[in-house]
Design a protein around this ligand. Sequence first.
Ligand code: URA
Length: 267
Amino acid sequence: MTDERIVPMRLQRFLARAGVASRRGSENLMTAGRVTVNGEVVTELGSKVDPLTDTVAVDGRVVGLSEGFAYLVLNKPTGYLSTMKDPQGRPCVRRLVPTSRYPGLFPVGRLDADTTGLLLFTTNGDAAQRMLHPSMHVWKHYVALVRGVPTEQQLDQLRHGVKLDDGRAQPAEVELIGADDARSLPVIPEGLPRYHAVVGLRIHEGKKHQVKRMLKAIGHDVVRLHRDEFGPIGLGELAMGCWRELSPSERDAIEMLTKTAAHAERR
Ligand code: URA
């Protein structure tokens, strides 16, 4: 399929989009003389390639955009930072995903270290940027174990858009989840504690600690937080700490979403 946005493109961008390495890693491969274009070694970082006609190889192996991007979903356990490395050496999600099989993989957005659940990974930097852009309104669903039992009036504040210290949160879809329905959720592994409740929230913003701050604003501290949906993607039966590739229909849904955004940007 011809895509006028990718012809021609900088070689390091091509390599990153082909999933060979991150942009910086691709530059290193180039300067190390490991990349050829039509059989010629190219070390010049500004060089451009036409993905439709040029043959790019790394260490003699031909790579192309048709190899596609990688998209994975991880069920993040608690205790991991949502970054690929941490200067202080704390545990990062990098340890949990197959970065040598998919060089250039990175998480789309963040979850707090103590939040569990769905974290999407990709090698497609453009798609990730679009999915995170506030104008995209990608819905995310969270379940939270909170101290105390919120009243309907308090939940209505979330439904109307509660005030936070950095501005009003957009209206959320909110529901109390009964103990029976919550039993299978990872936020209550030992059952629902007394004087606690499980709240389901669907929001399309991604401010720092947003869900915790929204619930705190109505008077309820979050004890455990789990994300089980990100846009069209759900965790399904994926066990905590495990990853899986997106199915073809999930990939299509993501690509459709990001193409719609690209189309809107160009107008
Ligand atoms: N909101 C939060 O407060 N924390 C998260 O990790 C995600 C959303």
